[in-house]
Design a protein around this ligand. Structure first.
Ligand code: GDP
Ligand code: IMO
Ligand code: MG
Length: 424
Protein backbone atom coordinates (compact mmCIF):
# COMPACT_ATOMS: atom_id res chain seq x y z
CA UNK A 1 0.00 0.00 0.00
CA UNK A 2 1.19 3.50 -0.74
CA UNK A 3 4.20 4.42 -2.83
CA UNK A 4 7.58 2.68 -2.91
CA UNK A 5 10.34 4.54 -4.72
CA UNK A 6 13.12 2.82 -6.61
CA UNK A 7 16.03 4.99 -7.63
CA UNK A 8 19.65 4.93 -8.71
CA UNK A 9 22.27 5.88 -6.10
CA UNK A 10 25.14 6.52 -8.49
CA UNK A 11 25.39 8.29 -11.86
CA UNK A 12 22.59 6.35 -13.55
CA UNK A 13 22.45 3.04 -15.42
CA UNK A 14 22.51 1.02 -12.19
CA UNK A 15 19.95 -1.46 -13.59
CA UNK A 16 16.72 0.29 -12.54
CA UNK A 17 14.75 -1.00 -15.54
CA UNK A 18 15.64 -4.60 -14.80
CA UNK A 19 14.59 -4.44 -11.15
CA UNK A 20 11.40 -2.46 -11.80
CA UNK A 21 10.42 -5.22 -14.23
CA UNK A 22 11.28 -7.87 -11.63
CA UNK A 23 9.19 -6.18 -8.91
CA UNK A 24 6.36 -4.74 -11.02
CA UNK A 25 4.10 -7.75 -10.53
CA UNK A 26 3.73 -6.77 -6.84
CA UNK A 27 2.24 -3.38 -7.73
CA UNK A 28 -0.98 -1.98 -9.22
CA UNK A 29 0.79 0.99 -10.83
CA UNK A 30 4.33 1.71 -12.01
CA UNK A 31 5.10 5.37 -12.62
CA UNK A 32 7.91 7.55 -13.90
CA UNK A 33 8.25 10.84 -12.00
CA UNK A 34 11.11 12.79 -13.62
CA UNK A 35 13.54 12.85 -16.51
CA UNK A 36 12.56 11.92 -20.03
CA UNK A 37 14.18 10.28 -23.04
CA UNK A 38 17.65 10.82 -21.55
CA UNK A 39 16.85 7.60 -19.67
CA UNK A 40 17.55 4.18 -21.15
CA UNK A 41 16.17 1.36 -19.02
CA UNK A 42 16.99 -2.17 -20.21
CA UNK A 43 14.76 -5.18 -19.57
CA UNK A 44 15.61 -8.78 -20.42
CA UNK A 45 13.35 -11.80 -20.11
CA UNK A 46 12.29 -14.85 -22.14
CA UNK A 47 14.97 -14.10 -24.74
CA UNK A 48 13.66 -10.55 -25.22
CA UNK A 49 15.90 -7.52 -24.69
CA UNK A 50 14.15 -4.17 -24.71
CA UNK A 51 15.23 -0.61 -23.88
CA UNK A 52 12.60 1.85 -22.61
CA UNK A 53 13.14 5.62 -22.53
CA UNK A 54 9.96 7.30 -21.33
CA UNK A 55 7.49 4.47 -20.88
CA UNK A 56 7.65 2.95 -17.37
CA UNK A 57 9.34 -0.44 -16.97
CA UNK A 58 6.16 -2.12 -15.65
CA UNK A 59 4.76 -2.20 -19.14
CA UNK A 60 5.47 -5.87 -19.82
CA UNK A 61 3.61 -7.10 -16.73
CA UNK A 62 -0.06 -7.94 -17.14
CA UNK A 63 -2.86 -6.22 -15.19
CA UNK A 64 -0.94 -3.21 -14.04
CA UNK A 65 -1.18 0.43 -15.04
CA UNK A 66 1.76 2.59 -16.01
CA UNK A 67 1.87 6.33 -15.43
CA UNK A 68 4.03 9.03 -16.96
CA UNK A 69 3.84 11.64 -14.22
CA UNK A 70 3.82 15.43 -14.25
CA UNK A 71 7.55 15.63 -13.40
CA UNK A 72 8.53 14.00 -16.69
CA UNK A 73 9.56 15.89 -19.83
CA UNK A 74 7.98 14.02 -22.72
CA UNK A 75 9.22 13.93 -26.29
CA UNK A 76 6.21 12.97 -28.46
CA UNK A 77 8.45 11.81 -31.30
CA UNK A 78 10.40 9.44 -29.07
CA UNK A 79 7.10 8.36 -27.53
CA UNK A 80 5.66 7.43 -30.94
CA UNK A 81 8.81 5.45 -31.76
CA UNK A 82 8.68 3.64 -28.41
CA UNK A 83 5.05 2.67 -28.92
CA UNK A 84 5.85 1.44 -32.46
CA UNK A 85 8.65 -0.75 -31.08
CA UNK A 86 6.32 -2.21 -28.46
CA UNK A 87 3.64 -3.07 -31.03
CA UNK A 88 5.00 -6.57 -31.58
CA UNK A 89 4.27 -7.48 -27.95
CA UNK A 90 0.52 -6.72 -28.22
CA UNK A 91 0.41 -4.56 -25.11
CA UNK A 92 -2.72 -2.49 -24.62
CA UNK A 93 -0.98 0.83 -24.06
CA UNK A 94 -4.04 2.93 -24.88
CA UNK A 95 -5.74 1.26 -21.93
CA UNK A 96 -2.85 0.74 -19.51
CA UNK A 97 -0.75 3.86 -19.95
CA UNK A 98 -1.79 7.14 -18.32
CA UNK A 99 0.04 10.34 -19.22
CA UNK A 100 -0.10 13.45 -17.06
CA UNK A 101 -1.55 16.52 -18.72
CA UNK A 102 0.94 18.46 -16.60
CA UNK A 103 4.03 16.78 -18.05
CA UNK A 104 6.14 19.23 -20.07
CA UNK A 105 6.60 18.70 -23.80
CA UNK A 106 10.02 18.52 -25.37
CA UNK A 107 9.77 20.51 -28.61
CA UNK A 108 12.10 20.21 -31.60
CA UNK A 109 13.64 23.56 -30.65
CA UNK A 110 14.60 22.17 -27.21
CA UNK A 111 16.72 19.47 -28.82
CA UNK A 112 18.39 22.05 -31.03
CA UNK A 113 19.04 24.30 -28.03
CA UNK A 114 20.58 21.39 -26.12
CA UNK A 115 22.98 20.78 -29.00
CA UNK A 116 23.74 24.50 -29.43
CA UNK A 117 24.35 25.07 -25.70
CA UNK A 118 26.63 22.03 -25.46
CA UNK A 119 28.59 23.10 -28.55
CA UNK A 120 29.00 26.60 -27.09
CA UNK A 121 30.42 25.14 -23.86
CA UNK A 122 33.23 23.42 -25.77
CA UNK A 123 35.57 21.62 -23.36
CA UNK A 124 33.24 22.42 -20.48
CA UNK A 125 30.28 20.59 -22.00
CA UNK A 126 28.11 18.51 -19.67
CA UNK A 127 28.05 15.60 -22.08
CA UNK A 128 24.26 15.75 -22.19
CA UNK A 129 22.30 13.08 -24.02
CA UNK A 130 21.20 15.85 -26.45
CA UNK A 131 17.56 14.90 -25.91
CA UNK A 132 16.50 18.46 -25.04
CA UNK A 133 16.15 17.78 -21.32
CA UNK A 134 17.88 20.88 -19.92
CA UNK A 135 16.16 23.43 -22.20
CA UNK A 136 12.72 21.89 -21.55
CA UNK A 137 13.13 22.07 -17.77
CA UNK A 138 14.46 25.62 -18.20
CA UNK A 139 11.20 26.56 -19.91
CA UNK A 140 9.19 24.81 -17.19
CA UNK A 141 10.87 26.80 -14.44
CA UNK A 142 10.85 29.93 -16.60
CA UNK A 143 7.06 29.50 -16.80
CA UNK A 144 6.71 29.43 -20.54
CA UNK A 145 6.80 25.70 -21.17
CA UNK A 146 4.08 23.81 -23.06
CA UNK A 147 2.39 20.89 -21.36
CA UNK A 148 0.79 17.70 -22.62
CA UNK A 149 -2.67 19.06 -21.75
CA UNK A 150 -2.09 22.00 -24.10
CA UNK A 151 -2.05 19.86 -27.22
CA UNK A 152 -5.84 19.67 -27.44
CA UNK A 153 -6.35 23.44 -27.03
CA UNK A 154 -7.20 25.62 -30.04
CA UNK A 155 -4.22 27.86 -29.40
CA UNK A 156 -1.66 25.01 -29.27
CA UNK A 157 -0.10 25.97 -32.60
CA UNK A 158 0.25 29.62 -31.67
CA UNK A 159 1.80 28.69 -28.31
CA UNK A 160 4.20 26.40 -30.12
CA UNK A 161 5.17 29.12 -32.61
CA UNK A 162 5.63 31.72 -29.90
CA UNK A 163 7.99 29.55 -27.85
CA UNK A 164 9.87 28.31 -30.90
CA UNK A 165 10.38 31.84 -32.22
CA UNK A 166 11.62 33.02 -28.84
CA UNK A 167 14.33 30.35 -28.90
CA UNK A 168 15.33 30.91 -32.52
CA UNK A 169 16.87 34.16 -31.29
CA UNK A 170 19.15 32.17 -28.97
CA UNK A 171 20.12 29.75 -31.72
CA UNK A 172 21.01 32.65 -34.00
CA UNK A 173 22.99 34.30 -31.20
CA UNK A 174 24.94 31.04 -30.75
CA UNK A 175 25.44 30.92 -34.56
CA UNK A 176 23.95 27.44 -34.59
CA UNK A 177 22.84 26.16 -37.99
CA UNK A 178 19.66 24.16 -38.07
CA UNK A 179 16.83 22.85 -40.19
CA UNK A 180 13.64 22.81 -38.16
CA UNK A 181 11.21 21.85 -40.94
CA UNK A 182 12.01 18.14 -41.03
CA UNK A 183 11.76 17.88 -37.25
CA UNK A 184 8.46 19.77 -37.17
CA UNK A 185 6.64 17.47 -39.60
CA UNK A 186 7.50 14.51 -37.42
CA UNK A 187 6.62 16.43 -34.27
CA UNK A 188 3.11 17.37 -35.33
CA UNK A 189 2.46 13.83 -36.53
CA UNK A 190 3.56 12.62 -33.12
CA UNK A 191 1.30 15.16 -31.39
CA UNK A 192 -1.74 13.72 -33.24
CA UNK A 193 -0.58 10.25 -32.19
CA UNK A 194 -0.20 11.34 -28.55
CA UNK A 195 -3.80 12.62 -28.57
CA UNK A 196 -5.03 9.04 -28.98
CA UNK A 197 -3.70 8.08 -25.50
CA UNK A 198 -5.13 8.61 -22.04
CA UNK A 199 -4.07 12.13 -21.10
CA UNK A 200 -5.28 12.83 -17.60
CA UNK A 201 -4.83 14.27 -14.13
CA UNK A 202 -2.58 11.41 -13.08
CA UNK A 203 -2.13 12.91 -9.60
CA UNK A 204 -5.83 12.18 -8.96
CA UNK A 205 -5.54 8.70 -10.44
CA UNK A 206 -2.57 7.88 -8.18
CA UNK A 207 -4.08 9.40 -5.05
CA UNK A 208 -7.33 7.49 -5.65
CA UNK A 209 -5.26 4.33 -5.90
CA UNK A 210 -3.53 5.21 -2.62
CA UNK A 211 -6.93 5.69 -0.95
CA UNK A 212 -7.99 2.29 -2.30
CA UNK A 213 -4.92 0.80 -0.57
CA UNK A 214 -3.23 -0.12 -3.81
CA UNK A 215 0.56 -0.27 -4.15
CA UNK A 216 2.48 2.02 -6.45
CA UNK A 217 6.08 1.76 -7.56
CA UNK A 218 7.78 5.03 -8.55
CA UNK A 219 10.61 4.39 -11.04
CA UNK A 220 13.48 6.84 -10.85
CA UNK A 221 15.56 7.81 -13.83
CA UNK A 222 19.24 8.88 -13.83
CA UNK A 223 20.84 8.67 -10.37
CA UNK A 224 21.31 10.63 -7.16
CA UNK A 225 24.73 11.96 -8.18
CA UNK A 226 23.04 13.53 -11.23
CA UNK A 227 20.38 15.27 -9.08
CA UNK A 228 20.01 18.97 -9.91
CA UNK A 229 20.42 20.00 -6.25
CA UNK A 230 22.67 17.33 -4.74
CA UNK A 231 24.56 15.89 -7.70
CA UNK A 232 27.99 16.85 -9.04
CA UNK A 233 26.71 20.25 -10.24
CA UNK A 234 26.90 21.53 -12.95
CA UNK A 235 27.54 18.06 -14.41
CA UNK A 236 24.05 16.86 -13.57
CA UNK A 237 20.68 16.45 -15.21
CA UNK A 238 17.96 19.06 -14.78
CA UNK A 239 15.52 17.28 -12.45
CA UNK A 240 15.34 16.04 -8.86
CA UNK A 241 16.27 12.40 -9.26
CA UNK A 242 16.07 11.81 -5.50
CA UNK A 243 13.17 10.28 -3.55
CA UNK A 244 11.61 13.69 -2.86
CA UNK A 245 11.25 14.07 -6.64
CA UNK A 246 8.64 11.30 -6.56
CA UNK A 247 6.37 13.55 -4.45
CA UNK A 248 6.58 16.57 -6.74
CA UNK A 249 6.79 14.47 -9.90
CA UNK A 250 3.61 12.49 -9.17
CA UNK A 251 1.67 14.75 -6.83
CA UNK A 252 1.82 12.49 -3.78
CA UNK A 253 2.40 13.51 -0.18
CA UNK A 254 5.65 12.60 1.60
CA UNK A 255 3.54 10.60 4.07
CA UNK A 256 2.46 8.32 1.19
CA UNK A 257 6.04 7.10 0.64
CA UNK A 258 6.86 3.75 2.23
CA UNK A 259 10.02 2.02 1.12
CA UNK A 260 12.86 3.70 -0.72
CA UNK A 261 14.80 1.12 -2.72
CA UNK A 262 18.31 2.32 -3.53
CA UNK A 263 20.02 0.52 -6.36
CA UNK A 264 23.76 0.48 -7.05
CA UNK A 265 26.28 -1.46 -9.09
CA UNK A 266 28.93 -3.49 -7.25
CA UNK A 267 31.29 -0.95 -8.87
CA UNK A 268 30.69 2.46 -10.44
CA UNK A 269 30.08 3.98 -13.86
CA UNK A 270 29.41 7.40 -15.26
CA UNK A 271 28.58 8.61 -18.76
CA UNK A 272 29.18 12.23 -19.72
CA UNK A 273 31.54 14.77 -18.15
CA UNK A 274 32.19 15.65 -14.53
CA UNK A 275 34.05 14.45 -11.46
CA UNK A 276 34.37 10.72 -10.80
CA UNK A 277 36.82 10.12 -7.93
CA UNK A 278 37.23 6.36 -8.38
CA UNK A 279 37.44 6.37 -12.18
CA UNK A 280 39.99 3.88 -13.54
CA UNK A 281 41.69 5.06 -16.70
CA UNK A 282 43.82 1.92 -16.93
CA UNK A 283 43.30 -1.67 -18.08
CA UNK A 284 41.23 -2.44 -14.96
CA UNK A 285 38.72 0.22 -16.02
CA UNK A 286 38.75 -1.22 -19.54
CA UNK A 287 38.10 -4.70 -18.14
CA UNK A 288 35.12 -3.42 -16.12
CA UNK A 289 33.72 -1.82 -19.28
CA UNK A 290 34.17 -5.02 -21.26
CA UNK A 291 32.84 -7.43 -18.61
CA UNK A 292 29.92 -5.15 -17.77
CA UNK A 293 29.14 -4.22 -21.41
CA UNK A 294 29.24 -0.63 -20.19
CA UNK A 295 27.95 1.31 -23.18
CA UNK A 296 25.06 3.79 -22.89
CA UNK A 297 21.57 2.38 -23.50
CA UNK A 298 20.44 5.73 -24.95
CA UNK A 299 23.49 7.14 -26.72
CA UNK A 300 25.80 4.10 -27.09
CA UNK A 301 28.65 6.10 -25.54
CA UNK A 302 31.29 4.08 -23.61
CA UNK A 303 30.66 4.49 -19.88
CA UNK A 304 33.51 5.56 -17.62
CA UNK A 305 34.21 2.81 -15.06
CA UNK A 306 35.72 2.62 -11.59
CA UNK A 307 35.51 1.02 -8.15
CA UNK A 308 32.64 1.46 -5.72
CA UNK A 309 32.71 4.83 -3.94
CA UNK A 310 31.43 4.55 -0.36
CA UNK A 311 31.49 8.26 0.61
CA UNK A 312 29.29 8.99 -2.43
CA UNK A 313 27.03 6.00 -1.75
CA UNK A 314 26.54 6.98 1.92
CA UNK A 315 25.61 10.48 0.82
CA UNK A 316 23.05 9.16 -1.68
CA UNK A 317 21.53 6.84 0.95
CA UNK A 318 21.20 9.76 3.36
CA UNK A 319 19.50 12.25 1.04
CA UNK A 320 17.05 9.60 -0.15
CA UNK A 321 16.26 7.90 3.17
CA UNK A 322 16.99 4.53 1.56
CA UNK A 323 15.38 1.65 3.45
CA UNK A 324 16.66 -1.24 1.30
CA UNK A 325 19.63 -1.60 -0.99
CA UNK A 326 19.79 -3.64 -4.18
CA UNK A 327 23.26 -4.54 -5.50
CA UNK A 328 23.53 -5.05 -9.25
CA UNK A 329 26.02 -6.63 -11.63
CA UNK A 330 27.87 -8.76 -9.05
CA UNK A 331 28.70 -11.16 -11.92
CA UNK A 332 30.72 -8.47 -13.70
CA UNK A 333 33.38 -8.80 -10.99
CA UNK A 334 33.61 -12.62 -11.31
CA UNK A 335 36.92 -12.54 -13.14
CA UNK A 336 38.61 -10.03 -10.80
CA UNK A 337 40.96 -11.60 -8.26
CA UNK A 338 41.07 -8.34 -6.27
CA UNK A 339 38.13 -5.97 -5.81
CA UNK A 340 38.51 -2.51 -4.30
CA UNK A 341 36.15 -0.18 -2.49
CA UNK A 342 36.90 3.50 -1.84
CA UNK A 343 36.35 4.19 1.86
CA UNK A 344 37.82 7.71 2.13
CA UNK A 345 38.83 10.66 0.00
CA UNK A 346 42.32 12.07 0.53
CA UNK A 347 42.63 15.77 -0.27
CA UNK A 348 45.65 17.73 -1.59
CA UNK A 349 46.36 19.05 1.93
CA UNK A 350 46.74 15.45 3.19
CA UNK A 351 43.47 15.36 5.14
CA UNK A 352 41.01 12.52 4.71
CA UNK A 353 37.25 12.22 4.92
CA UNK A 354 34.67 9.48 4.50
CA UNK A 355 31.97 12.03 3.62
CA UNK A 356 31.02 13.67 0.34
CA UNK A 357 30.61 17.42 0.79
CA UNK A 358 30.08 20.54 -1.34
CA UNK A 359 33.85 20.96 -1.62
CA UNK A 360 35.01 17.41 -2.10
CA UNK A 361 34.24 16.89 -5.75
CA UNK A 362 35.82 20.16 -6.84
CA UNK A 363 39.24 19.05 -5.52
CA UNK A 364 41.81 16.62 -6.78
CA UNK A 365 40.78 13.65 -4.65
CA UNK A 366 42.89 10.56 -4.12
CA UNK A 367 40.63 7.63 -3.24
CA UNK A 368 41.75 5.47 -0.30
CA UNK A 369 40.84 1.88 -1.03
CA UNK A 370 40.12 -1.26 0.95
CA UNK A 371 40.84 -4.50 -0.91
CA UNK A 372 38.65 -7.57 -1.09
CA UNK A 373 39.31 -11.03 -2.44
CA UNK A 374 37.40 -11.83 -5.65
CA UNK A 375 34.72 -14.53 -5.65
CA UNK A 376 35.39 -16.24 -8.97
CA UNK A 377 32.68 -17.58 -11.24
CA UNK A 378 29.25 -17.51 -9.65
CA UNK A 379 27.28 -20.70 -9.91
CA UNK A 380 23.94 -19.32 -8.75
CA UNK A 381 20.33 -19.12 -9.81
CA UNK A 382 17.31 -17.35 -8.34
CA UNK A 383 16.77 -20.24 -5.91
CA UNK A 384 20.27 -20.05 -4.42
CA UNK A 385 20.18 -19.08 -0.75
CA UNK A 386 22.36 -16.23 0.51
CA UNK A 387 24.36 -18.54 2.76
CA UNK A 388 25.28 -20.65 -0.28
CA UNK A 389 27.03 -17.74 -2.01
CA UNK A 390 30.84 -17.91 -2.13
CA UNK A 391 32.41 -16.58 1.09
CA UNK A 392 34.26 -13.66 -0.57
CA UNK A 393 30.96 -12.37 -2.05
CA UNK A 394 29.14 -12.76 1.28
CA UNK A 395 32.03 -10.96 2.92
CA UNK A 396 31.79 -8.07 0.40
CA UNK A 397 28.03 -7.74 0.90
CA UNK A 398 28.20 -7.93 4.68
CA UNK A 399 30.97 -5.34 4.76
CA UNK A 400 28.86 -2.96 2.67
CA UNK A 401 25.76 -3.54 4.79
CA UNK A 402 27.77 -2.67 7.89
CA UNK A 403 29.32 0.47 6.42
CA UNK A 404 26.06 1.65 4.86
CA UNK A 405 23.89 0.62 7.79
CA UNK A 406 21.22 -0.63 5.37
CA UNK A 407 20.31 -4.18 4.30
CA UNK A 408 21.13 -5.37 0.78
CA UNK A 409 17.98 -7.31 -0.05
CA UNK A 410 18.43 -7.98 -3.75
CA UNK A 411 21.57 -9.19 -5.46
CA UNK A 412 21.60 -9.24 -9.25
CA UNK A 413 24.01 -11.50 -11.11
CA UNK A 414 22.97 -11.16 -14.74
CA UNK A 415 20.82 -8.98 -17.01
CA UNK A 416 17.92 -11.41 -17.22
CA UNK A 417 14.81 -11.13 -15.03
CA UNK A 418 15.59 -14.58 -13.64
CA UNK A 419 19.17 -13.73 -12.63
CA UNK A 420 18.06 -12.09 -9.41
CA UNK A 421 18.38 -13.18 -5.80
CA UNK A 422 15.71 -11.75 -3.51
CA UNK A 423 16.65 -12.32 0.15
CA UNK A 424 14.09 -13.26 2.83
P1 GDP B 1 19.10 1.71 -15.94
O1 GDP B 1 19.22 2.95 -16.74
O2 GDP B 1 19.37 1.92 -14.48
O3 GDP B 1 17.80 0.98 -16.16
O4 GDP B 1 20.25 0.73 -16.46
P2 GDP B 1 20.66 0.46 -18.00
O5 GDP B 1 19.65 -0.42 -18.62
O6 GDP B 1 21.00 1.74 -18.68
O7 GDP B 1 22.05 -0.26 -17.79
C1 GDP B 1 22.17 -1.43 -17.05
C2 GDP B 1 22.77 -2.50 -17.98
O8 GDP B 1 23.20 -3.60 -17.20
C3 GDP B 1 21.76 -3.07 -18.95
O9 GDP B 1 22.42 -3.46 -20.12
C4 GDP B 1 21.22 -4.29 -18.21
O10 GDP B 1 20.71 -5.29 -19.10
C5 GDP B 1 22.46 -4.76 -17.54
N1 GDP B 1 22.25 -5.45 -16.24
C6 GDP B 1 21.34 -5.20 -15.27
N2 GDP B 1 21.58 -5.99 -14.19
C7 GDP B 1 22.66 -6.74 -14.49
C8 GDP B 1 23.42 -7.71 -13.78
O11 GDP B 1 23.15 -8.03 -12.63
N3 GDP B 1 24.50 -8.26 -14.42
C9 GDP B 1 24.85 -7.90 -15.69
N4 GDP B 1 25.92 -8.47 -16.22
N5 GDP B 1 24.17 -6.98 -16.38
C10 GDP B 1 23.09 -6.40 -15.79
P1 IMO C 1 19.20 6.32 -16.82
O1 IMO C 1 17.78 6.58 -16.37
C1 IMO C 1 23.29 7.81 -17.17
C2 IMO C 1 23.78 12.09 -17.89
C3 IMO C 1 24.33 12.53 -19.23
C4 IMO C 1 25.04 13.82 -18.83
C5 IMO C 1 24.10 14.40 -17.78
C6 IMO C 1 23.12 15.43 -18.31
O2 IMO C 1 19.29 5.42 -17.99
O3 IMO C 1 20.04 5.90 -15.67
P2 IMO C 1 20.93 15.31 -19.81
O4 IMO C 1 20.69 14.72 -21.16
O5 IMO C 1 20.07 14.74 -18.74
O6 IMO C 1 20.90 16.80 -19.82
O7 IMO C 1 22.46 14.91 -19.46
O8 IMO C 1 23.38 13.30 -17.25
N1 IMO C 1 22.59 11.23 -17.97
C7 IMO C 1 22.60 9.92 -17.71
N2 IMO C 1 23.63 9.09 -17.41
N3 IMO C 1 22.03 7.33 -17.20
C8 IMO C 1 20.99 8.15 -17.47
O9 IMO C 1 19.70 7.75 -17.37
C9 IMO C 1 21.26 9.50 -17.78
N4 IMO C 1 20.49 10.56 -18.13
C10 IMO C 1 21.31 11.61 -18.22
O10 IMO C 1 25.22 11.58 -19.75
O11 IMO C 1 26.25 13.51 -18.20
MG1 MG D 1 20.23 3.66 -18.41
Amino acid sequence: MGVDVLLGLQWGDEGKGKIVDVLAGNYAIVSRFQGGPNAGHTLEFDGIKHVLHQIPSGVFRKNISNVIGNGVVLDPVVFMEEVEELKKYNLDLRENLHISKRAQLILPIHRLLDAAQEAAKGEKKIGSTLRGIGPTYQDKVGRHGIRVGDIVADNFRSKYDELTNRHKISLDYLKFEYDLDAYEDEFFKAIEFLKTFRLSDTENYINDAIRQKKSILAEGAQGSLLDIDFGSYPFVTSSNTMAAGACTGLGVAPSAINEVFGIFKAYCTRVGSGPFPTELLDETGEKLRKEGAEYGATTGRPRRCGWLDLPALKYAITINGVTQLFMMKADVLNSFSEIKVCTHYKFPDGSQSDALTYDSLSQDIEPIYKSFQGWGNLDVDKNTAFHDLPDPLKNYIQYLEGELDTPINIISFGPDRSETMIRN
